[in-house]
Write a protein that binds this ligand. Structure first.
Ligand SMILES: [Zn+2]
Length: 434
């Protein structure tokens, strides 16, 4: 059986899009890839595929065999990742699709975490922090689907009868924003807070990204259904239990997101800040901070000072950080700022509640290594491809993947590859993309 150490979930390496819009490019490449994946083809060793031309791939198709296959060639970072960029994964739940979709954890008096159980996946719903004051409630992040957001609001109703007065959108990705309208419908006086860059990015990037996701969701989830029906994972190798849970979750959440398209109303932040914002809920103060560009260029971090509880958005995501279009040096600084708060509980954007800072420190350590090793490679004249060969973080990969095929692939595709690309941009002084 073919084992693939470093494959891509899909590839646009041979895709030459006609549009200059990056989201259209993604969709074109994605749809091309989907079409290809429907062709019957043979398993082909990666080292062979990596050097294939389009003609070779055509030859494969003509040599049809018994399995569906994805194109296993290196994927260029950026343009083809938009569907992923919408959301992340919640490893708390590497199990059970049949379990409840979330649980509510009381972190302190009046402070609750709504932790999603979505298995690690391409499309997931974000965690929410709920802070209850004497007068009103602040919530950190909506969810990807309105269904999931309604579930969060249902949980809040169980906690308190006070109204939600503020929803903080930690960044522009739809898995933290798309459910905003449910809060508007449920609490008409609610204000939506974001860092100023996030509001701008929601307008410039969020809207086209959402359209691209709607276009892609149908074929994307249909392909997963076909692969699972054949007992295959996304790499056309027999599916593992964790991978199956991921794919099933992707199908369910992706189809729900698509089903909600007709009633979607864009609900943008109406209260922005640049560096800090303090919110009084009545007897309880919440600090909203911007530590500079990190995972995006507008990440908000929410601090409950009297409880020393922090909601990080996707600056912290476990078990695999998400590094697409991130700002490596800024991200390191933001993690330093979070660690310096000495929180007793950290709610990541996705993943379980953390009771110490060991994981944020690990992410910081990995980013620092990527930055330093990339700088050294660049200083010696290495190009990006050569840099990728040199920067492997082998021990860190092992500690996160634990030998699991799926987590190993995520580590490369979600974290290491894009982090190296961004560190390479920094090291070569190329202007960072947003
Ligand atoms: Zn997210």
């Amino acid at each position: 059986m073919l084992l693939i150490e470093d494959w891509s979930f899909w590839s646009a390496a041979d895709c030459v899009p006609s549009s200059s819009n990056q989201f259209d490019q993604y969709n074109q490449c994605f749809l091309n890839d989907t079409k290809l994946s429907l062709e019957r083809s043979a398993y082909v060793p990666r080292q062979d595929i990596a050097h294939r031309s389009s003609k070779n791939i055509q030859d494969d198709r003509e040599r049809a065999d018994t399995a569906y296959v994805m194109r296993l060639v290196p994927r260029p970072v950026g343009s083809s990742i938009r569907f992923l960029a919408l959301t992340f994964f919640a490893p708390a739940a590497l199990v059970a699709q049949t379990a409840a979709p979330f649980d509510v954890q009381k972190l302190d008096s009046g402070v609750y975490a709504v932790v999603r159980h979505d298995p690690i996946s391409y499309v997931n719903n974000a965690n929410s922090l709920v802070v209850v004051g004497d007068n009103s409630v602040l919530v950190v992040d909506a969810q990807f689907t309105r269904l999931a957001t309604s579930q969060t609001i249902g949980a809040i109703r169980q906690i308190t009868s006070k109204p939600v007065r503020y929803v903080v959108n930690t960044h522009w990705h739809d898995d933290h924003v798309a459910g905003n309208q449910v809060y508007r419908d449920s609490f008409p006086a609610v204000r939506f807070i974001s860092q100023a860059n996030t509001r701008a990015d929601l307008i410039a990037l969020g809207a086209p990204n959402r359209r691209g996701t709607w276009d892609a969701a149908g074929p994307f989830t249909a392909r997963f259904e076909r692969l699972l029906a054949l007992g295959l994972g996304v790499d056309s190798v027999p599916v593992t239990p964790l991978e199956r849970a991921t794919m099933e979750n992707t199908i369910a959440v992706g189809q729900q997101y698509l089903a909600e398209k007709p009633g979607f109303r864009e609900t943008l932040p109406d209260l922005t800040f640049t560096r800090t914002l303090s919110v009084d809920l009545g007897g309880r103060r919440v600090e909203i901070r911007y530590f500079g560009p990190a995972n995006t260029r507008g990440d908000a971090v929410v601090i409950v000072p009297d409880s020393r509880i922090i909601a990080t958005g996707d600056i912290v995501v476990a078990p695999v950080p998400f590094a697409f279009n991130a700002y490596v040096s800024g991200w390191i600084g933001a993690l330093d700022s979070i660690i310096a708060q000495h929180p007793v509980a950290i709610l990541p954007g996705h993943g379980p509640v953390m009771r110490d800072d060991s994981y944020p420190r690990q992410v910081r350590r990995m980013l620092a290594r990527v930055r330093e090793e990339t700088r050294r490679a660049v200083a010696s004249g290495a190009d990006l491809a050569e840099t990728r060969k040199r920067v492997t973080l082998g021990n860190e990969r092992a500690s996160i993947a634990h030998g699991d095929k799926w987590l190993n692939a995520l580590f490369g595709s979600f974290f290491l590859d894009p982090a190296i690309a961004r560190a390479f941009e920094e090291a070569t002084k190329q202007p960072p993309a947003r």
